[in-house]
Write a new protein. Structure first.
Length: 167
């Protein structure tokens, strides 16, 4: 456990059956107080599209920040950015908000699905804590261009990234 002593709000835009597992593992590792809510204010009509622009979620997440230190959004829809075909997640450190997509993380093995989601959540939260992408292939802060790379890395920060967090 890192003991960041922060208040983290998790916002879901869909029914996420693995939400409690994500919440508990993030809470246990980071030492944050996690509160989760389901947010239904995002227009459901937009959710039917194949892909959604990840950046569109950030202002809404920012508006929910209130007394929380950080906000993590979780969506089932596939996300993209104008210059990328897809993204697994996106962080806006200045606003202390981030979002992850579960679309490409799905697996018939539920534990693998949970592991992938937790890794992406901890990765995007790492950006909110000031961490950049890491060159260590096992570090959770390593950039993942495909799910196989997410599977390869651990769900923890490497020693180098942990030292940066302590500064």
């Amino acid at each position: 456990m890192i003991n960041l002593h922060c208040k983290l709000l998790i916002v879901t835009f869909d029914e996420v059956n693995i939400l409690q597992e994500i919440k508990h593992r993030v809470e246990d590792y980071l030492g944050c107080d996690v509160v989760n809510i389901k947010n239904s204010s995002y227009p459901k009509a937009r959710m039917r599209f194949i892909q959604l622009n990840a950046a569109d979620f950030l202002p809404l997440l920012g508006s929910l920040k209130n007394d929380y230190d950080f906000v993590l959004g979780i969506v089932k829809a596939d996300l993209y950015l104008p210059h990328l075909n897809f993204v697994l997640g996106l962080a806006h450190p200045q606003e202390s908000v981030c979002i992850i997509s579960l679309a490409r993380l799905r697996s018939s093995d539920e534990e693998q699905y949970i592991d992938r989601a937790v890794k992406e959540a901890i990765h995007e939260l790492g950006h909110l804590f000031g961490l950049e992408h890491c060159s260590n292939p096992k570090c959770v802060m390593r950039f993942s261009n495909m799910v196989a790379e997410t599977d390869y890395k651990k769900d923890k920060y490497c020693d180098k990234c942990l030292n940066l967090l302590k500064k």
